[in-house]
Design a protein around this ligand. Structure first.
Ligand code: TRP
Ligand code: ZN
Length: 871
């Protein structure tokens, strides 16, 4: 076991800082293995802090090489420096503190603080990475203006970037070194500090704001890849315009820089004026990126840009308030994508993600509120709950008070809190003030974990025409929260007749207590309720439906989200019953009626291909596992889905082939949502065609692979081939590696495709790939492409009955932990549902987890995840 247990940090322990830092002056002398950092801090005592407190600065793995107060060295007895803290006594009310540290960017494998990625110096400071650069008050409520000087070898790092504006630069004669000075006039906490030094190419653009500011835009990428930044630039300019129109927010500096690096722990980071990205979410061309990549780039570029207002100008008081910036900024990027593409399609995709990631998190040992009350390692709280459920809460606020009041509330928030480090209550108060609504009950959504289950019953009296819907909500206990209280649940609903006519128009019913009901009159025809339209609340709905009613809704509901949901429910119902039948040694259920509905959707799919692609898509293994929830048998789930896809494939073969052929006319590639929708539909059709006839289908897929003029169609062909055992699949995978394997991002796709190959050999295949010369744990994208894809996207493989999948993933996590704990901890969350497995697998997963948790020198990140997962 680990020897020291990390302290628990509690929201209720928050105290204002005892000292403030008005201005930061940083000087970096950059060298790969020995970088000298001099930090001059203009400090004063916080009048609201404790008057006699000593100064305690945070550090992490630091070496102190110098310390002075107002220019005079601090005597040894007046301070205490360790690798992770620096405390100083006897300070006055106002002083300049000079702190010198020496760091080694080349040896920084955690990718937090200052590190090297492909020879480029870059930083990542959120949440607490700045303390790996210099001793500091590393907390988001300490906000300062910053001036940064960097010097480096000119040949190695001709480009020197930091936050704000460049103010000075020059050569250091006779040394081959040069320097640059940057100034950021906007106050910011240290987690938004960034520095980049390297040799990169730029894709340049510009944007004129409504108030007349001309902003220069740069996207810096690896040399020779500048054209691949064109789409990111386009997305950036559209984001800037959208924020001006949708939220009245414009950019506040003359320069906005984005830098793409290949070694990065997450998607991207919103450092003021200098966003740093995982290059996966910047680089794109039709030949190298899929439609999903284009979509991700658009969404993440927008997300980081939107943080400039929601995150940077108004930041978080403490890390418990993380959803204040993240949930809100996800909401903003989802709105942007909905306006730029198809709103219903975006909504469906976002809900798929929410259910796959957040509902699962909320149902297991890692469940936590959108605003947690305690944490041991903050990096483990950048979760689907904080981000995606956090966004759903904003969506509900807008639904409850309407779009105009919502916009007024946002305006008030920006006006009231600009330049501050705020808390969730202050944000919510703005909506209360503009709407007059009491938001006190709504705060429970921030503080209570778990997904509410809303059970719906109804009665209808055809004689009197009276129809009543009864709602009852319940939230199951989650770790640390045995008692649950009712949530405020907005339910958008309407009624549809059996003949498809609209019997009652769309309305909003708000369930406030444990139970509630809504009555209608004048209904002689039996109504079919359409509930939670547009997924109006992040809840699970339990309602007894007939297949016929679901298919009526699928055809006639006025709400596109619910048309999609109805078909998913019909398929899920069939599949769960089939899984049960398989478990009892019986045959899977008949799917003719569902297939008829899908066939008619396919026949009409030219209308809205992107929507049709989602509507005809079957629930995933993960969807089904979540639905079944206990005693999960991944093998039976896989068999039931395979069987359904095959049976349906045979029944829809004709319309599917016809539609597939129509969509196969060659067209020039365009990444827009409509074009992507046509490719997505064609990909879904191909999967049915292959399922119906593996041999003939494999030939069709190979044909698509060979004729493709873009990466999306190519990857779709390979995806369709994955279930086809045999030489075609292996040949196609080998050809793909040969043709594109030199490009790191495409090789990642290749590893990810292999990680998804179903069947009994998949553990051996993945294990063999860990010995591939280009597999490495040093690059997070590469490690994730093979291992996280396998653990999260290959249910039958990861959960192989003999436990070999668990063993393999645990070995990798163990090896990763020594180098990059953040990535190791994230990977370990793949085990979060282990208690819901059938007993054999549960035992094997439990034993693998306990062995891992018993290792010496576990990181705080991994230790925290394992401890909670096992509790
Ligand atoms: N704040 C970033 C975002 O949501 C994400 C982030 C948090 C991050 N911590 C990080 C990125 C660590 C990289 C590494 O946009
Ligand atoms: Zn964010």
């Amino acid at each position: 076991m680990r020897t020291e247990t990390p302290p628990i940090i509690r929201l209720t322990d928050y105290r204002v800082p005892d000292f403030l830092i008005d201005h930061v002056d940083l000087d970096f002398r950059l060298q790969p293995e020995r970088t000298m950092v001099t930090s001059r801090l203009a400090m004063r005592r916080n009048p609201a802090g404790r008057p006699d407190a000593s100064l305690v600065l945070d550090g992490d793995d630091l070496t102190l090489t110098g310390l002075a107060v107002d220019g005079a060295p601090v005597p040894a007895q007046a301070y205490n420096a360790t690798r992770d803290s620096l405390s100083i006594d006897g300070l006055g009310d106002r002083f300049t503190l000079t702190v010198e540290t020496e760091i080694n960017p080349a040896a920084n494998t955690k990718l937090m603080g200052l590190y090297r990625s492909n020879g480029v110096y870059c930083t990542q400071c959120e949440a607490d990475g700045f303390r790996r650069i210099s001793y500091f008050l590393d907390r988001p409520d300490v906000m300062s203006t910053w001036r940064v000087r960097m010097e480096a070898e000119k040949a190695e790092a001709p480009l020197l970037l930091s936050n704000g504006n460049p103010v000075e630069s020059g050569e250091i004669t006779g040394t081959g070194r040069h320097y640059a000075v940057w100034d950021d006039p906007h106050k910011k906490p240290c987690y938004l500090f960034a520095l980049v030094a390297g040799d990169l190419d730029a894709f340049t653009g510009s944007h004129l704001t409504p108030s007349g500011r001309k902003v220069t835009l740069n996207v810096y990428v690896e040399k020779g890849k500048a054209e691949r930044a064109a789409y990111a630039m386009d997305a950036l300019i559209r984001s800037m315009r959208w924020d001006e129109q949708a939220f009245g927010r414009e950019y506040d500096l003359d320069l906005f820089n984005i830098v793409a690096v290949s070694d990065f722990n997450m998607g991207a980071m919103e450092n003021k004026g200098l966003n740093i990205f995982n290059d996966r979410y910047i680089l794109a061309s039709p030949e190298t990126a899929t439609d999903q990549d284009y979509h991700n780039i658009e969404a993440i570029v927008a997300h980081e840009y939107f943080h400039n207002w929601t995150g940077n100008r108004i930041t978080c008081r403490d890390w418990f308030q993380l959803c204040l910036k993240e949930g809100l900024t996800v909401f903003r990027d989802q709105e942007f994508s909905s306006d730029e593409r198809s709103r219903p399609v975006e909504r469906i995709a976002n809900v798929q993600t929410l259910r796959a990631a957040q509902f699962v998190e909320d149902a297991g040992p890692l469940a936590h509120p959108v605003r947690p009350q305690t944490y041991k390692e903050i990096n483990n709280f950048y979760t689907a709950t904080v981000y995606n459920k956090g966004s759903e809460l904003i969506q509900m606020i807008r639904l409850l008070i309407g779009p105009e009041a919502f916009r007024a509330g946002m305006d008030l928030y920006f006006e009231r809190h600009d330049g501050e480090a705020a808390v969730v209550e202050q944000f919510i108060q703005c909506f209360a003030d503009v709407s007059g609504r009491d938001f006190a009950p709504f705060m429970r959504w921030y503080d209570q974990a778990g997904t509410p289950v809303v059970t719906v019953t109804s009665n209808h009296n055809p004689e009197t025409g009276r129809y009543t819907l009864h709602f009852r909500q319940e939230t199951r206990p989650t770790p640390g929260q045995p008692e649950k209280h009712p949530q405020v649940i907005p339910i958008r609903l309407g009624l549809i007749g059996e003949d498809g006519t609209e019997l009652a128009p769309d309305e909003l019913f708000v369930l406030e207590g444990e139970t509630g009901s809504r009555s209608f009159t004048g209904l002689t025809q039996r109504p079919i309720p359409s509930l939670f339209r547009g997924f109006s609340a992040p809840v699970k709905v339990v309602i007894d439906r007939k297949e016929g009613d679901l298919l009526t809704l699928a055809r006639h509901d006025v709400d596109p989200f619910n048309r999609w949901q109805a078909l998913q429910d019909a398929a899920t119902d069939l599949l769960t019953r089939s899984v049960r039948a398989i478990g009892e040694g019986k045959a899977p259920l008949d799917s003719t009626r569902l297939a008829e509905a899908v066939a008619s959707l396919i026949a009409g799919s030219q209308q809205d291909p992107a929507f049709a692609a989602l509507a005809i898509g079957l629930p995933t293994e993960g969807d089904l596992a979540r639905e079944i929830a206990t005693e999960i048998d991944p093998e039976a789930i896989g068999l039931a889905i395979d069987h359904l896809r095959r049976a349906m494939g045979r029944l829809v073969r004709e319309p599917a082939s016809r539609a597939y052929d129509t969509l196969s006319q060659p067209v020039p590639f365009s990444p827009d949502g409509t074009s992507a929708g046509r490719r997505a539909l064609r990909a879904q059709l191909l999967r049915y065609i292959v399922a119906a006839d593996p041999e003939g289908g494999a030939r069709v897929a190979l044909g698509q692979y060979e004729q493709a003029n873009n990466m999306t169609d190519r990857v779709a062909a390979l995806t369709a081939l994955l279930p086809c055992e045999g030489p075609e699949r292996e040949a196609a995978l080998a050809a793909f590696e040969k043709a594109y394997g030199a490009d790191a991002l495409i090789l990642d796709m290749w590893f990810a495709l292999q990680a998804r190959v179903p069947g009994s050999g998949s553990v051996a295949r993945v294990r063999a790939l860990t010995a591939h010369p280009k597999f490495t744990l040093a690059n997070p994208n590469r490690a994730r492409s093979l291992i996280a894809t396998f653990a999260n996207g290959n249910l039958r493989g990861f959960h192989a009955a003999d436990g070999s999948g668990y063993q393999l993933v645990a070995e990798i996590i163990d090896a990763l932990d020594a180098r990059n704990p953040q990535i190791a901890a994230r990977m370990a969350t793949a085990f979060r549902t282990w208690r819901n497995l059938e007993s054999g697998r549960r035992e094997k997963a439990g034993s693998v987890l306990r062995t891992l948790a018993g290792k010496a020198n576990l990181s705080r990140d991994l230790g925290d995840i394992l401890e909670r997962t096992l509790s």
